[in-house]
Design a binder for this molecule. Structure first.
Ligand SMILES: [Zn+2]
Length: 389
């Protein structure tokens, strides 16, 4: 991060600290990241427990059990959205209040990173953000933060999360057109089942207040990179790719859930990724370029954050499936493999809804009531997912 200038607008509001703080504030700094993103870094001596709220024109980071730092002068880079940084001690909580030149509604979770100590650095809470259009509606709600400025306060500062953003889910029905996916003994095609489930899921998620989009709404063939890129273009918060499985053993049953990793968690997961990726072997042009673009767009920190959020979602999804008493394929709740369709900046998972190679599961997957059950479990998993910190 480049520090190009130091702002004088630093106010510190600090009563005496009358508690034994477990954590202490080391540094606060801002910088500019590629894409004109503002980076705010809060460094602490121990792993911070924190919450973030977004009152009008501010970002407020509340650190539990943390003592303020009276001698701290935040290092403020020029050209960021942060105009001033104030520390407010409220009991054993320390609030770091960043006054912004332009409001933001919230910082997406993949842009909030908690880093472990390395080299000269201690624990760092790193937040990247840009001014966003959603903030216009959010900033209508003002809070009392501003009134605490200019005086020492020990009152708790009320900071309310004013994010009113609708979350966007992109649902990808696997295969389509010339690519039928796997085919059951009774002739059921994967591409048909997953499209039917995807449409039901879109309707239920829309009804539940989400923006839900499909990568394909009819029997068309889309390249894997095109599917991933729809997630990017829609600025999706979550990308769900729906599939059904086939196994040489006709007795194999159950759902399984996968997230992206460059290395497969087991041989079976790798085989599945190979099978699902095979759709593009017919024509891989465009994918390599897309892949490269994504690699550039994603810092390793963000890749790490996106992977962690995907795993969090996938675990939650697996538990909702189990709660709904949907048969699970033997093995871990969540596996990892290099699925091309998941290669993007959007957290997501690939859900194998069941085995078309198993006769009883083939008829279940065809039935509308079982499809509804699958959809209800996925809707619950989306509702339970923590989109923003
Ligand atoms: Zn598939």
């Amino acid at each position: 991060m480049k520090i190009t200038g130091i702002s004088a607008a630093v106010i510190t509001l600090l009563p005496r600290v009358a508690f034994a703080a477990r954590n202490s504030l080391r540094t606060v700094r801002t910088g500019i990241q590629p894409g004109n993103k503002t980076r705010l870094v809060i460094e602490t001596s121990a792993r911070p427990s924190y919450s973030i709220s977004y009152p009008a024109n501010q970002v407020v980071i509340t650190l539990s059990n943390t003592a303020a730092n009276r001698s701290l002068a935040p290092a403020m880079a020029a050209g960021t959205l942060v105009k001033a940084i104030t520390q407010v001690q409220s009991g054993d909580k320390l609030q770091i209040i960043a006054d912004l030149s332009t409001p933001i509604s919230s910082i997406p979770r993949e842009n909030i990173m908690l880093l472990n100590p390395n080299g000269d650095n201690e624990y760092r809470l790193v937040m990247d953000f840009t001014a966003d259009t959603n903030a216009k509606t959010a900033s209508a709600t003002t809070t009392t933060i501003a009134s605490t400025k200019g005086k020492v306060t020990s009152e708790p500062v009320k900071a309310k999360n004013t994010s009113t953003r609708k979350y966007t889910i992109v649902i990808d029905a696997g295969h389509g057109g010339k690519d039928p996916g796997c085919i059951g003994k009774g002739g059921t095609k994967e591409k048909v089942i997953v499209l039917s489930v995807a449409k039901k899921l879109r309707d239920k998620l829309s009804a539940a207040g989400f923006n839900a989009y499909l990568t394909r709404s009819d029997d068309t063939y889309l390249k894997l990179a095109q599917r991933a890129s729809i997630g990017e273009k829609k600025h999706a918060d979550l990308f769900l790719s729906l599939h059904a499985n086939a196994n040489p053993s006709r007795s194999m049953k159950g759902f399984s859930i996968y997230t992206l990793s460059e290395k497969a968690s087991d041989e079976e997961a790798q085989k599945l990724a190979d099978a699902e990726n095979a759709a593009d072997k017919i024509d891989v042009s465009g994918f390599e370029q897309f892949d490269k673009d994504i690699r550039i767009a994603l810092s390793s920190l963000q890749q790490h954050a996106v992977a962690a959020m995907s795993v969090e979602y996938a675990n939650n999804c697996a538990s909702q499936f189990k709660r709904a008493k949907i048969t699970q394929q033997p093995g871990p709740d969540v596996r990892h493999a290099p699925f091309a369709v998941l290669r993007s900046t959007v957290p997501g998972a690939l859900i194998e809804l069941g085995h078309l190679s198993n006769a009883s599961e083939e008829s279940l997957l065809k039935s509308s009531s079982h499809q509804d059950k699958l959809v209800a479990a996925i809707v619950k998993s989306v509702q339970a997912y923590d989109f923003d910190v």
